[in-house]
Design a protein around this ligand. Sequence first.
Ligand code: ARG
Ligand code: ASP
Length: 689
Amino acid sequence: MKRKFLLLLVLLAAIQPLKADEGMWLPALISQRIADMQAKGFKLTAEDVYSINQASLKDAIVLFGGGCTGEIVSNEGLLLTNHHCGYSYIQRHSSVEHDYLKDGFWAMSRKEELPNRGLTVSFLERMEDVTDAVLKGYKPSMTEEERADLVRRNSEEIRKKAVEGGKGLRADVEALYYGNQYFLFVYKIYRDVRLVGAPPSSIGKFGGETDNWMWPRHTGDFSIFRIYAGKDNEPADYSEDNVPYRPKKFFTISRAGVKEGDFTFVYGCPGSTKEYVTSDEVQYVGEVSDPQKIALRTLRLDIQKKYMSQSQAVRIQYSSKYASVANAWKKWQGESKGIAKMKTVAAKKDYEKRFRAWAKGTRYDGLLDKLEALYARRNPYYLAYEYYTETARTIELLTFANAVRTNLRNPDAKADAAATFFKDYYQPIDEEIFVAVLDAFNKNMTDDFKPAYFKEKLAAYGSLEAWRDDLFARSVFTDREKVLALTEADADRVAKDPATELYDAFYRWYYDTLRPVINETNQQINLAYRDYMQGQMEFEKDKVFYPDANLTLRVAYGHVEGYSPSDATYFYPVSTLKGIIEKDNPDIFDYNIPQTLRDIYAEGGHDDQPVCFLATNHTSGGNSGSPVINADGNLIGINFDRVWEGTMSDIVFDPDVCRNISIDIRYLLFNIDKIGHASYLFDEMRFAD
Ligand code: ARG
Ligand code: ASP
């Protein structure tokens, strides 16, 4: 009987889906994880993933621009990332005659590839633990200021040495685990990156804000670029003479497809997480900050939406602005719900109780009380700061006024700013937002957390509406011609403009009253976390701690798996073209697919064309565009999102619902071929199967 039961247990364990794939690991320390990765199916070695002696997978990955990831897929510098990562570059090349956002863009030869001023890609040359060198000369008797100063000086020296003699190198020294460890990251930065292809937005942004952060998902969220280098293969400014970059390593593509349970490995640059914070921080995020910011953004989104639905021109002007406001707005909703559902605040409180008991008599005694006091002091100021950024700072006219003022001496920059501003400005939206956000600010902030100027003006005008009418009527910044005519001689007038005045009043208030407290408390909070992090590591000796994300390259491994978002519902992990056709609706902007796609589908045989898939990889913002790699180390997809129910993974990871969303590489190939008619690109790719 007992044996039978044991056998059953073993059998059950074997058929049970693999568990808990939390963690974003440092590639240089991958030897500590590789056994686990291999046990879960990975067939390559630690050296294949990260090596400084030979070409490894890390050499085929870049930080794309300032906040996405990309991967190389040919010997000629061909690079894949997301559509939403390439969006602003695609937009910049777009005009009424060539609307590449709407229609897509496909270079039919190298000559047609489009250069992108300001776009860079950064390859990680190496990363290295430099803790000893950073803390060289440290004495326990030092004050925190002295320590910080030492760290700064040592880091500077390490950075200087690291880039000596190299071309296009940049070195960063990053604190991990709140400064318990320091790592050097050396990047080689290429700055001639050209646009090769992008699907129409109706594919690349299919589902729009409706489907964003959601599953089932059918977004073809990819774009294609190519890196160019000087003849010596080194970074160079844009030049017609540049040649396609020859990578040390590029990804082989697998067309074998994915199924539930398959090993997946996301190799990219997650931006920021806070997995080890106290219950106070989690409570602030989940119960205060997120809900308040959501409410403030709802005001703006409703106003934008109203005007966008009335006019096609306004919809085009505001679609990108709307998308960026809506993206975080929707994420915060998932995040605060997730934190509540996981009861993370209570769980952390319980943990802290146990930590406190354990810490009695150790150097960690009293640490949590200290953190608690620091949060109590910081939070009202921090909330006011968040209110400032989500209200006064969102009035477009005010930020524009400031931009013009800063560029008064520089007519070209001023003209540039004016062109960008007026191209996408619709004043009725801004006027309505002015009243809505300042009203919320006025109602929700206590009197001691309001700029004096704001209180006086509001009292003088009697209402925000009256203030708005006067400000928009009198400000010079609503008039393109007048703005273009401004010169240095108008500095006084610009400073006294009601828009500039209001901008300044808020900024001054922030700078003089909020910032000092926030900076000081944050510094102390970080300091306390340095100890708390160490304390947690001693308290939980057997747990392996991965460092919080900081936009450096990380390894997240998991497997393809669906999930159950709510009672009686289960989501399968793979979506197909059939689902796009099911959603297709010419009357709904987000679901209106290109006619070509309808025609291709009508030909038949494409029902099972895979589009996106879910996996359990622990990812974050910045992981967009990351390669998704199979057990053989081949490319099977491009990561671009997470599911809504799992967006609290930046704070707490729930293996039941935290899923990353990737575009299946076969849908990208389908688009290149059938939509872009650019299958010539396949010639330079390498396929495993
Ligand atoms: N949610 C994804 C990420 O955080 C995609 C954002 C872009 N797409 C959008 N519809 N706003 O970046
Ligand atoms: N969409 C995000 C990005 O752009 C990825 C995520 O937050 O999961 O990086």
